[in-house]
Ligand binder design. Structure first.
Ligand code: ADP
Ligand code: MG
Ligand code: ZN
Length: 496
């Protein structure tokens, strides 16, 4: 399917509608129905037992931790945890599914009626995205097509890994909103420690259901389900591609056919995979080998008590506790580790007697964030410790060094390490706050640039910036800029 610019011509008349299904692998030590480990990357078929391989006569035993993790997630998305839910069999044949059915939840899922808030546009209030349900189910194995000459084979290590399927309402209206929803959901499961959120490795998988309709139309259009989306970027690209494809079809008088489509990131396009099956195709029925799942109110309460502070609450607290902007608080709470790092720096500058949380936030987000990004590092891998950055910020706040010098020291710290205070002393980088020394530099510059001085006095205020720059240069950037400005103005004005 070609997508030239003409395809976008009628796009404005249409509205995109998206609902996302996320499969999150839960970070339990052992599998959902047996004691096998869930470790990723072990040699094929070494983490399996008769339950994993679906031998006749084996019985599943539900892992308590799986239920706790689903409850946690349900509470985090403001959902209702059902006191009674049940497991169902979803029947289908696939080589990586030895039982011939998947144990899932169908009519009575563990969590219903949730939502989360996204902020796709900074100047609009947050938007509420409904979450229809969360259900628990079991992962299948993997069909392998490499490694054995001329044959396909199956690795059952992944069989029995617990999954949560988190299904959104069709409330998303653009690729951007879908991306924000996924970032938020991923942050939440990571904060909770229930899933590592790694889309590339497939532990956080997303199918996107996309339809389009004319603006103002209340009925939903026919949707297609997009699969094989292994990054947020790909989800967003696939949604945009699909919307244009559907609009093209409708505009040329054809119909959208409900189907599953496979995204190809290399080709930047999708192709039809199979007609979309309906629920009745799976012949769901209650799982006879497991009793209904009963959860006591006391258990929900005790899980609630064990929950960490979540991104939204943390962002609100950072705003009030440290007087940060909503934007800064949002960036810093993208991961718990980043928020922790910032708070530790802010606290450390306070311990040193020179607190400035806003400045700490700027350094964590701007300088450090940018530098880590450049080297493809996470905050946990930062070569600059909380103490190093804290000292640096405190020294700026105290007036020992200028922001400009601090940036140079920052680079040294990042590549070679060291103690910021020692670096300043060794290299003699202390800010000059001695007015006599600065006055000397001011005199020199005024003597060197008489024409500019004359221009200033003739009313050209702009020249001031140039003169300040020259003085800073003469002092190797070490003069205190506020003092420079003050002394320079005094001298220029006095001689009038
Ligand atoms: P299934 O399990 O067969 O894929 P569901 O009814 O559970 O079907 O819906 C799955 C997802 O599709 C949900 O996230 C839902 O919001 C979304 N969805 C349903 N209808 C539409 C539509 N017309 N356009 C976009 N998304 C839709
Ligand atoms: Mg689906
Ligand atoms: Zn097993």
């Amino acid at each position: 399917m070609s997508q030239d610019m003409s395809s976008f011509a009628g796009t404005d008349r249409y509205e995109i509608v998206v609902g996302l299904e996320v499969h999150a692998q839960m970070r339990t030590q052992s599998k959902i129905f047996c004691g096998c480990p869930t470790r990723f990357g072990a040699a094929a078929n070494t983490q399996i037992c008769p339950v994993c391989a679906a031998f006749p006569g084996v019985l599943p035993v539900l892992n308590r931790e799986v239920v706790n993790m689903a409850i946690k997630t349900g509470l985090a998305i403001h959902g209702q945890v059902r006191l009674l839910s049940e497991f169902s069999r979803k029947n289908y044949f696939y080589p990586d599914l030895p039982a011939g059915y998947q144990i899932s939840q169908y009519e009575l899922p563990i969590v219903e009626h949730g939502h989360l808030l996204i902020t796709p546009t900074a100047d609009l209030p947050p938007k509420r995205i409904g979450i229809t349900r969360i259900h628990i189910e079991v992962d299948a194995g993997k069909s392998m097509h490499e490694g054995i000459q001329g044959a396909s084979w199956v690795d059952l290590n992944r069989t029995g890994t617990p999954l949560m399927e988190i299904v959104s309402e069709p409330d998303l209206r653009s690729a951007l909103e879908a991306g924000e929803y996924l970032k938020k959901l991923r942050a939440i499961v990571r904060y909770l420690g229930v899933c590592d959120g790694n889309m590339e490795e497939g532990s956080f998988r997303c199918d996107a259901n996309v339809s389009v309709r004319l603006r103002g139309e209340s009925r939903l259009g026919t949707r297609c389900e997009l699969k094989n989306l292994n990054s947020i970027r790909n989800v967003m690209r696939a949604i945009d591609y699909e919307a244009v494809r559907q609009i093209d079809l409708i505009e040329s008088g054809e119909r959208v056919i409900q189907e599953s489509r496979l995204w190809n990131a290399d080709l930047n396009s999708s192709r039809s995979m199979r007609g979309k099956e309906d629920a009745h195709d799976y012949r769901y029925f209650p799982e006879p080998d497991l009793p209904p799942l009963r959860i006591s109110a006391a258990r929900i309460e005790s899980v609630a008590a064990s929950m960490p502070e979540l991104p939204d609450a943390k962002a609100t607290r950072l705003q009030t506790e440290y007087q940060l902007s909503e934007y800064d608080a949002g960036v810093l709470t993208a991961s718990q580790a980043l928020a922790d790092y910032f708070e530790a720096v802010a606290r450390y500058t306070a311990e040193l007697g020179h607190p400035n949380p806003k400045m700490a936030a700027n350094w964590v987000i701007g300088e450090l964030g940018g530098r880590l990004n450049k080297d493809n590092l996470e905050i946990q891998q930062s070569p600059i410790s909380v103490q190093q950055l804290g000292k640096l910020v405190a020294m700026i706040q105290q007036g020992v060094i200028s922001g400009k010098i601090a940036k140079e020291i920052f680079e040294t710290l990042f590549t070679d390490g060291g103690d910021p205070q020692h670096i300043v002393e060794q290299k003699g980088l202390q800010q000059v706050t001695d007015s006599a020394a600065i006055e000397e530099a001011v005199e020199q510059v005024l003597a060197t640039y008489p024409e500019d001085v004359a221009q200033y006095r003739a009313g050209k205020g702009k020249v001031l910036g140039f003169l300040v720059g020259q003085i800073m240069k003469a002092t190797q950037g070490k003069a205190n800029p506020a003092l420079v400005n003050q002394l320079l103005r005094a001298k220029l004005d006095k001689r009038l």
